[in-house]
Design a protein around this ligand. Structure first.
Ligand code: CAO
Length: 570
């Protein structure tokens, strides 16, 4: 015979939305298999099939608004024992008769509408009349764990069949900073353990299911959303009330409170039970999934897309391409005002952009830094003498112009430093032009203008041009194309101080020269220590493109050129 499954009493919700249809026409479902997921403003509920049978018609589709009594699906239950179906339907009809609310056909008629899940008021009243107690299955979920975000189950303190009292510890969760025993918010028998040792969970994830026995007078009315599977002891074979509010949540590990129902968690992650189940099965942390449903609700497709993206990230990582942010555990977002006074300073556009570029380079490049020292005693004598002559023309040589020139020479000798590596590691692109980026500190953040064709320019011209670019950068007057096309970068902190640092390669370039402050130091000349002006160099390079030995040679060659500037004319 054909059974119509209708929307049960949804309490105060009135209209609810069909957010998922879990079956298709022709599907064979078992009793209690979920048919659809309905969602009110406050919560979601899966509607289980009241009988085993074959789905012969689906009367709703995702997005439909339905109310109590609306037809959901039609089931062919002929495979079922007729007498059992009849007796169940009869029990429902009798219960409904008690309140004279039943205008449905008699249960023996071929199309008997059956409210699928939540017991109607009448059914509950019937249950109250025939039973002095009822069992209620309730989930204990991960409470608010503060800034911890993800926590690990480190110890299960209960096993199946254990009877716990309210406030008995049921398991231990551990964050980076602390362990916490999670007390049960209510007493009952442990009928399901939903996590295992080592599981990583977040706020709202279910931990254990407890079955409590309560006096019927204490039971929750269908108008009050609860997360209880109510099993009326006698009126119905099994009438399971699915939750209108999916979690029973404790307000904190220290003070569990059954009143603070899971709407908080619900608001944080808007997802139906089926989606939560799917997420649990695949170990997906729903807080990391972007919901594309109404009000950012997380749909099954969102979880699937998230899993796909994660897999891609792993494939990418295996191939050495790490998409920005992919697979990287996020740094927890902390409310610092809890610890003291704070000020929010918005980042400039320049700082945001350089933060993104630096992060991207840091993630992609296999950084190694080679340190060396150049003896620039003679260079400094020459530079200062030149400056005396150049002053009248308004020009000034700083060590930077010589560094640019020396780097161009080294790049010509070691062309792989003037290259970019193919993303598939098939080849290096060697560039036959020499454009040197110069890291310039500005009030808005780091800017890297480019001295073009540096190989074709003399030291004075390089000094003039780099000073002009640095000035334009600080005055925010750099033309856009002045920051493009660099093949190698110099970051000089020499005017400021420091003995060494590890600059980040400006990918897709493969190397960067960091320059620290030159200072006088003793150098052994074979017979005695002599005072020499030593310039610290820090050459960071992408080890994917450059071998360590090549880097040592490049840095060494630089020291030779800077140590004897006559080489620059060779
Ligand atoms: N050792 C000792 N003194 C140095 C030196 C060094 N390595 N480099 C420069 N100096 C001296 C200069 O000769 C100058 O001295 P005088 O005024 O007596 O001649 C003084 O320090 C100031 O130089 P400068 O910094 O104005 O000029 P510059 O050409 O050396 O540098 C620029 C230009 C744009 C690189 C620099 O101004 C700048 O912005 N540096 C910061 C770069 C930065 O932030 N890098 C970090 C990036 S993170 O990777």
């Amino acid at each position: 015979m054909t059974i119509q499954v209708t929307v049960p009493d949804v309490g105060e919700a009135g209209e609810v939305e069909v957010i998922e249809v879990l079956v298709a026409v022709g599907d064979i479902v078992a009793k209690d298999d979920s048919l659809v997921v309905l969602e009110s403003d406050k919560a979601s509920m899966e509607i289980p099939s009241p009988y085993a049978g074959k789905v012969v018609n689906i009367a709703v589709k995702e997005g439909d608004s339905v109310e109590e009594g609306s037809l959901i699906v039609e089931l062919d239950v002929e495979g079922e024992s007729e007498s059992e179906s009849e007796s169940e339907a009869k029990a429902k009809a009798e219960a409904a008769d008690k309140t004279q609310e039943n205008d449905r056909p008699a249960p023996s008629e071929p199309k008997e509408p059956i409210a699928a899940t939540a017991p109607s008021k009448a059914v509950e009243e019937q249950a109250a009349e025939v039973s002095s107690s009822e069992t209620i299955d309730q989930l204990v979920v991960v409470p608010d764990v503060g800034d911890a975000g993800e926590v690990t189950v480190t110890e299960l303190l209960v096993k199946l069949g254990d009877v716990v009292e309210a406030d008995d510890s049921i398991l231990v969760l551990e964050s980076d900073k602390a362990s916490m025993e999670i007390p049960s918010p209510f007493g009952g028998e442990v009928i399901e353990i939903l996590v295992e040792d080592g599981a990583v969970v977040t706020e709202g994830d279910p931990l254990v299911k407890l079955r409590t026995t309560q006096r019927t007078q204490q039971k929750t009315s269908p108008q009050t959303p609860t997360h209880q599977a109510v099993k009326g002891a006698a009126a119905e074979p099994v009438v399971e009330e699915k939750n209108l509010t999916p979690v029973v949540e404790t307000s904190s590990p220290q003070s569990p409170s059954q009143e603070s129902v899971g709407e908080v968690a619900n608001e944080k992650i808007h997802a139906g039970p089926a989606v939560r189940k799917q997420a649990r099965e695949y170990g997906v942390n729903l807080s990391q999934v972007t919901g594309t449903g109404q009000k950012d609700r997380v749909l099954k497709e969102d979880v699937q897309a998230f899993i796909k993206a994660q897999l891609k990230t792993r494939e990418g990582s295996a191939a050495g391409q790490v998409p920005a942010g992919g697979g990287i555990p996020p740094i927890p977002s902390i409310d610092f005002s809890k610890f003291g006074e704070i000020e929010l300073r918005p980042l400039s556009r320049v700082r945001r952009s350089s933060a993104r570029n630096l992060h991207r380079s840091w993630l992609n490049v296999a950084h190694v830094t080679q340190f060396d020292e150049a003896d620039i005693t003679d260079l400094e004598v020459f530079r200062k003498s030149q400056n005396l002559e150049l002053a009248s023309a308004g020009d000034k040589l700083t060590p930077l112009a010589f560094l640019i020139k020396a780097c161009v020479h080294a790049l010509i000798k070691y062309p792989q430093f003037n290259s970019s590596i193919d993303v598939d590691y098939e080849y290096l692109t060697l560039k036959k032009y020499y454009n040197i980026g110069i890291a310039v500190e500005t009030p808005d953040g780091l800017v890297v203008p480019v001295v073009r064709d540096a190989d074709k320019k003399g030291v004075v011209e390089l000094a003039r041009e780099s000073a002009k670019l640095a000035g334009q950068a600080r005055d925010k007057k750099l033309p856009l194309d002045a920051m493009q096309g660099a093949t190698f970068t110099i970051s000089s902190l020499g005017g400021i101080g420091g003995t060494a640092f590890t600059p980040i390669v400006n990918a897709p370039e493969v190397a960067i020269l960091g320059v620290s402050r030159a200072s006088m130091g003793p150098v052994w000349d074979g017979q005695a220590f002599a005072p020499r002006m030593l310039l610290p160099l820090s050459l960071s390079y992408d080890h994917r493109a450059i071998d360590g030995a090549e880097a040592a040679r490049f840095a060494n060659y630089l020291t030779q050129v800077l140590g004897d500037v006559r080489r620059l004319i060779l």
